[in-house]
Design a protein around this ligand. Structure first.
Ligand code: SF4
Ligand code: SF4
Length: 462
């Protein structure tokens, strides 16, 4: 009760007063609602890429391959080879529940086949477009009537919106049938090296706040909270400044500076004190959780009529020009790396080093969930270490933010014991890799859990 009253009281204070350092600190400590144990402190390496503004890439003369598949949603190509398309034009659609695909630049369709995707395991159906370099937009597309939750959910699917934080879950499905009392916006970006959300929050805070307010208005949500780790002071300041000028109260709250602060159950805990039980959706505890880039994309779609045709990608590690680049969906990874002047012969890691994966195919293209490209050469090459037997140190247990027992889980994975996996709550594992990170025996904990979910749990053949 004291916390609630204090948090409400803080919102009544003038913005300038709330910025006084000591008062700000006090209010932040009051407003932070829940705690979770575990997690790890990581070296951020954020300074490599967070200094310069978001850049754009010229695409003239390049061929882009725009994927038609997002998770279980598979759009059907609705264009012909030889057809000229403009940026934002629909190139793949389908019945309700399908995430539509759009041309990410203007040009001519050269093929409809399949292509490898940076953060995917299998080739995906795609529409190939030879860019004409004009980058000519199609007319904007607006919702067909006054916005209701149902209409917004359907519109999000037609505008190609998926979660940009990593999982790529269709945004329209997340919005469908939701009646939350709280909107939580994830600006944690707790993975090392990644700074795409940080730069987005610094540079486009006004658009993020406008989109958050729109969502809150459509869904009649009373409370909006944006969680950001305190190692992004400029992003926090920019968001607070944008929110201060807004009639709807939007709180920007610091998260613990501990990986994985952006994990969905942990974010909900930190910002509301509510516990998300394993296997439950955030809607079941009254919250809607969206990544900050997804909210921005939703605002672009609804307020400006622009579908999701590009995303910001952090390029870091062994490159001469690290930074953040706004990349049209479907651009070859090789083009992004060439523009950043990648060095050495190391492999490329897609996403952050904790939850991402190694680029399997050099011919892959950037998808809507490609948050980062980390060139692991020279000083950025990870040290190779062979696994040794477990020494029962319990560090993995201490590090697990989901209060699991990684060692027991590993044993159940190795024995392919479904009952034991159930008992040890494999389903609650968020695959954060904190256990693997601290394990002195370098046991493949997280990788085994990820694999077990696919093979033992879902029956996918390895
Ligand atoms: S990968 Fe799973 S078991 Fe390991 S620390 Fe993260 S949540 Fe816990
Ligand atoms: S951290 Fe590694 S060595 Fe220590 S108990 Fe866990 S699995 Fe065993």
């Amino acid at each position: 009760m004291t916390l609630t009253i204090s948090a409400r009281f803080s919102q009544q204070l003038p913005f300038a007063v709330r910025q006084l350092p000591l008062l700000r600190q006090l209010l932040d400590s009051v407003q932070q609602r829940g705690h979770w144990r575990g997690g790890v402190r990581l070296r951020g390496h954020k300074q490599l890429s967070n200094h310069s503004p978001i850049r754009s890439l010229p695409v003239a003369g390049l061929e882009l391959a725009i994927p038609l598949t997002h998770g279980r949603s598979q759009a059907q190509a609705c264009v012909q080879v030889g057809q000229r398309v403009r940026k934002g034009e629909v190139i793949g659609d389908g019945p309700a529940g399908t995430v539509w695909a759009h041309a990410s630049t203007s040009g001519v369709v050269t093929a409809i086949d399949d292509c490898p995707v940076a953060d995917g395991e299998q080739r995906q159906p795609a529409v190939r477009i030879a860019a004409d370099g004009l980058d000519e937009w199609a007319p904007p597309c607006h919702p067909d009537g006054p916005l209701t939750p149902g209409l917004l959910a359907a519109f999000a699917m037609q505008m190609g919106l998926v979660g940009l934080g990593g999982a790529g879950f269709p945004t329209g499905l997340k919005l469908q049938g939701a009646s939350p009392d709280t909107l939580l916006i994830n600006g944690a970006e707790c993975e090392p090296f990644l700074t795409c959300d940080d730069r987005l929050m610094r540079e486009r805070a006004g658009e993020i706040i406008a989109a958050a307010a729109l969502l809150a208005s459509v869904f009649a949500i009373g409370r909006v909270r944006i969680g950001v780790e305190p190692n992004k002071p400029q992003a926090i300041a920019a968001l607070r400044q944008a929110a201060a000028g807004h009639e709807r109260p939007i709180e920007v709250l610091p998260l613990p500076l501990r990986y994985p602060a952006g994990g969905q159950p942990l974010l909900i805990k930190s910002l509301t004190g509510r516990t998300l039980p394993p296997g439950k959706l955030p809607a079941e505890v009254g919250v809607m959780v969206l990544n900050v880039a997804t909210v921005y994309a939703l605002g672009r779609a609804v307020l400006h009529g622009r579908p999701l045709v590009s995303r910001i990608v952090t390029v870091s590690g062994a490159v001469a020009q690290p930074g953040n680049v706004e990349v049209p969906i479907g651009l070859p990874v090789a083009s992004v790396l060439a523009a950043a002047q990648a060095q050495g012969d190391g492999c490329v890691h897609v996403g952050g080093p904790m939850m991402g994966r190694t680029l399997a195919d050099a011919g892959a293209v950037v998808s809507k969930t490609t948050s980062g490209l980390l060139v692991q050469a020279g000083a950025f090459r990870p040290a190779a270490a062979a696994s040794r037997p477990c020494i029962r140190c319990n560090r993995c247990v201490d590090a697990c933010p989901m209060a699991l027992r990684p060692l027991q889980l590993l044993s159940a994975c190795q024995q392919q014991d479904r009952a034991a996996l159930q008992q040890e709550q494999l389903g609650a594992c968020i695959e954060c890799g904190a256990c693997s990170h601290v394990c002195p025996s370098k046991l493949p904990l997280r990788d085994s859990f990820r694999q077990a979910k696919r093979t033992i749990w879902l029956g996918v053949r390895p």
